[in-house]
Design a protein around this ligand. Structure first.
Ligand SMILES: *[C@@H]1O[C@H](CO)[C@@H](O)[C@H](O)[C@H]1NC(C)=O
Ligand SMILES: *[C@@H]1O[C@H](CO)[C@@H](O)[C@H](O)[C@H]1NC(C)=O
Ligand SMILES: CC(=O)N[C@H]1CO[C@H](CO)[C@@H](O)[C@@H]1O
Length: 512
């Protein structure tokens, strides 16, 4: 056996034709085009069918390095799944500017109509695991990574325009309440309704989630929103608050309960498959991008706070302005590299786009990159799907899985040996920022007006479906009388007849 192995190695040493290449440069394994199997270190594998044993029927030898390496790699195939948005599908394409907004922003990728920027987009559900059905009532993630000439811009939003809570301090509790019960691992209404009964600010989000929109037909037939308020800044340093809206060219479609049960029962990956099949068939999904803007000088003019993520900006007073289109015309080549390892963070912006003081956005700026560092390691932005496509340079150093090949001797700044300099200053919001240290809520909560208006805008059958979903949720036997009355009181404050209808279905009197 030993002899046989030695002969084989000698044979390979003679016939192995080394690929001409810079041996230190990173390249994908497909670039090697080896005609035979090798170990990860490149040694030929002469038999991958059988383990190396003592005699034909004896125990396996630990020295079978190929076997050990194969099993070890397999054992590590999974990385920690995202705590939220674990279940997702992605696709590539481009964004094209169709309308000039260069008076609002100096962002290079928005500089003029006709300019195209490559993108990768990841759609997802939020609460359940990586392999969960895509037909559950849940918001959908809608995250776009623009690979611009001035670095990446991650617009990390959802298919619903508002959010449950307005301060990230509550985010982990909110997710715990929506996630399965930690005891039995089942998602339960009583836990959700208990938690949110403390937060009437969640009412507006629930008018989306418990509406038909709570189960989109698939990823192609849904809106997208930046959700948070951002800032656009132009060359002169003038800032405007901005909200981003994606509208699907093929329209918004939802699955009602019976359809969702059928589709989900037959096919727990229907939305992933629909996206992939559509692109493969040349039926490219497309969205139009619109923005709404508010001059920060006018931010007190409204009966709501424009930086409150539980509010929409009424389109009749703050109209949608067209900006561009997003076309997804290329499927990903590898789900792990371009979906599991694909990482987004709302902190990743480009000159001309900035954050706002939206409290939820401020916490997201920290939390997303932090979870990616945990999931993928400190060098996650070096992974091909996450790396900028423009030149980039800094002295951030080493760490796990740093595969960037560097040969410079000066890894500090400033240095008289290094000519790399600061970039030209780009404008940041000019507003003066002062105040006492405080932990407090916002002044203009206005929790009930927009939810009530939204409910009243629906046709009666849509209102009935909404009521039925609430009655079902509140009928969970573990929902206490107290929690039930709080919710009835909230819905009555949004719309008196809505509260009364829910109460009468539940045989409870609204206590308002
Ligand atoms: C491994 O198995 C394949 C498929 O059965 C066979 O064609 C091949 O000859 C085997 N190779 C060795 C080295 O035993
Ligand atoms: C799964 O969903 C896709 C996309 O909607 C559809 O084309 C396919 O036929 C479905 N498969 C099954 C088994 O229902
Ligand atoms: C040399 C050899 O036997 N290679 C085999 C290794 O395993 C793969 C997948 O099972 C086969 O396709 C190769 O023929």
């Amino acid at each position: 056996m030993r002899c046989h192995l030695l002969n084989l190695i000698l044979f390979f040493q003679h016939t192995f034709s080394y690929v001409a290449m810079d041996p230190y440069k990173y390249r994908p394994s497909s670039a090697f085009n080896s005609p035979f199997w090798t170990t990860n270190s490149g040694a030929p594998v002469w038999n991958n069918n059988s383990s190396l044993t003592v005699g034909a029927r004896g125990p396996i030898l630990l020295e079978d390095y190929h076997l050990v390496e194969k099993l070890a790699n397999f054992d590590r195939e999974r990385i920690p799944e995202r705590v939220v948005h674990a279940r997702g599908a992605s696709a590539k394409g481009f964004f094209e500017v169709t309308h000039d907004i260069s008076h609002l922003t100096c962002a290079d990728f928005l500089r003029a109509p006709g300019v195209q920027t490559p993108v990768i987009v990841r759609f997802s559900t939020v609460i359940h695991e990586r392999g969960s059905p895509e037909t559950l009532r849940d918001p959908r993630g809608f995250a776009v990574k623009f690979y611009t000439r001035e670095g990446n811009f991650d617009l990390v939003g959802n298919n619903l325009p508002v959010f449950f809570v307005r301060d990230g301090m509550k985010f982990p509790d909110m997710v715990h309440a929506l996630k399965p019960n930690p005891k039995n691992h089942i998602q339960e209404s009583w836990r959700i309704l208990d938690f949110f009964s403390h937060f009437p600010e969640s009412l507006h989000m629930f008018t989306f989630l418990f509406d038909d929109l709570g189960v989109p037909q698939d990823y192609r037939h849904m809106d997208g929103f930046g959700v948070n308020t951002y800032t656009l800044i132009n060359k002169a340093g003038k800032a405007v608050y901005v909200k981003f809206h994606w509208k699907p060219v093929c329209g918004v479609k939802c699955l009602l309960e019976e359809d969702a049960i059928k589709v989900g029962g037959a096919n727990h990956s229907h939305a992933t498959q629909d996206l992939y099949d559509s692109i493969a068939a040349g039926n490219y999904p497309e969205w139009k991008l619109f923005i709404q803007t508010i001059d920060p000088e006018h931010e007190d003019k409204f009966d709501f706070d424009p930086l409150d993520v539980t509010k929409t900006w009424p389109e009749d007073i703050i109209p949608l302005q067209p900006v561009g289109r997003l076309v997804l015309n290329k499927n990903i080549d590898n789900f792990f590299a371009e979906n599991e390892q694909l990482a987004f963070c709302p902190a990743i912006v480009v000159p001309g786009v900035y954050y706002s003081d939206d409290k939820m956005l401020q916490t997201r700026i920290f939390s997303y990159a932090d979870s990616q560092r945990h999931r993928l390691g400190p060098n996650y932005l070096q992974l091909p799907a996450n790396a900028p496509k423009c030149a980039h340079h800094n002295n951030h150093h080493e760490g796990f899985m740093n595969f960037m090949h560097r040969d410079e001797e000066v890894n500090y700044f400033p240095s008289r040996y290094d000519s790399v300099r600061h970039a030209e200053k780009f404008p940041i919001p000019p507003a003066i920022c002062t105040g006492r240290r405080e932990k407090c809520g916002i002044e203009k909560e206005n929790n009930f007006k927009q939810p009530g208006e939204r409910y009243r805008s629906w046709a009666p059958d849509r209102q009935d479906r909404f009521i039925r979903r609430w009655v079902d949720a509140l009928s969970d036997p573990r929902v206490t009388h107290e929690i039930r009355s709080v919710w009835i009181s909230y819905w009555s404050q949004a719309d008196r007849s809505l509260g009364q209808k829910i109460a009468s279905h539940l045989n409870t009197r609204p206590n308002i």
